[in-house]
Design a protein around this ligand. Sequence first.
Ligand SMILES: Cc1ncc(COP(=O)(O)O)c(C=O)c1O
Length: 383
Amino acid sequence: MEDTLLMIPGPTTVPKRVLDAMAQPIVNHRGPVYGEILEETTAMMSEVFQTDNKSYLLTGSGTSAMEAAIANIVEKGDKVINVVSGKFGQRLQQLTEVFGGESIEIAVPWGQAADPEEIKRVLDENDDVKALTMIHNESSTAVVNPIQEVGKIMKDYDALFVVDTVSSLAGDNVKVDEYGLDICLTGSQKCIAAPPGMAAITINDDAWKVIDSVDSPTYYLDLKAMRKSGDKSPSQTPYTPNVSMTYAMREALSMVLEEGLDARIKRHHIGAEATREAAKTLGLDLFAREGDYSNTLTAINMPEGVTDNQLRGTMRNKYQIELAGGQDHLKGNIFRIGHMGTTGLHELAMTFACLEMTLKEFGFEFESGAGVAALEDIYLKNL
Ligand SMILES: Cc1ncc(COP(=O)(O)O)c(C=O)c1O
């Protein structure tokens, strides 16, 4: 069990340094020691978000930050454009509706990235739009959406730009201030490589103006309460935070910054390219449209002649490697390989060696080692 290799799009393998940090004693969450840890961690969070805004930690998974983002800006009847290109885009749309918003959906075929021109057209056609939501890295389809281009367009409109970077922050380019992201949120368990159970959100002045004007029905996820507690000295959270997870986040974010954001993102890009090349070399087809590929995970069409149970079951039971399946209508039709967090050549080489053996067991033919050799070529090219 301990040796299972997690090649799923989160949770990812957590470095020992981070696990060890969690073993530190629990401290008073209202005292100066925790205050200092919280301030240090949220400052690093803002550095990773590449913003001058303050950031807030939420004890909850990524979805808690998605809910906080929507619950604090959407009131009954508010128009919100939801770009829906997969499962997580759908989630932001559902949250919009839960909080009484009127969703204007931009439906993007699963496997493709949103088209900025289409977004501009929908913005022009609709007055009084309060916000536009987008998933940067749609983990259900392994597609990256063009947040930088859309951010440029959004500068000409009053609507807030709300972006989920749960599976991209610290693994792909997310420059909150430069791109003009008004609210940006993430989770602990993906590219940051901390355990699951903590989320983070950062909010600019335009978004705070909207939040201050909204009488939100949410209690636990009230961002105004988070700001008030965060501003205290020592800094606090409104309710008891997960102290151990704060230690984990502090350590994991330190590791991100020690590696350097650019170097870490480049490492993710190389892993993504190597995965795609290895898969193609084995005769496998990628699910996402060319050019829209995610840099943190890859979705591969399930090849004819093997079922999801056979392929992922063999990888799990024989080789102790966890791959992810498809979600909703993609169940059984794709499998996904996560290459995020600390995952690199070691893990990918092991995964492709075992994937080759699994495919051979089910009758597929290719030269042994071809996938691993394709990985090597990409890594050698990037030495
Ligand atoms: C892009 C994206 N957004 C949101 C979430 C939800 O995060 P969580 O499962 O931590 O609530 C996920 C989880 O996979 C995700 O990949």
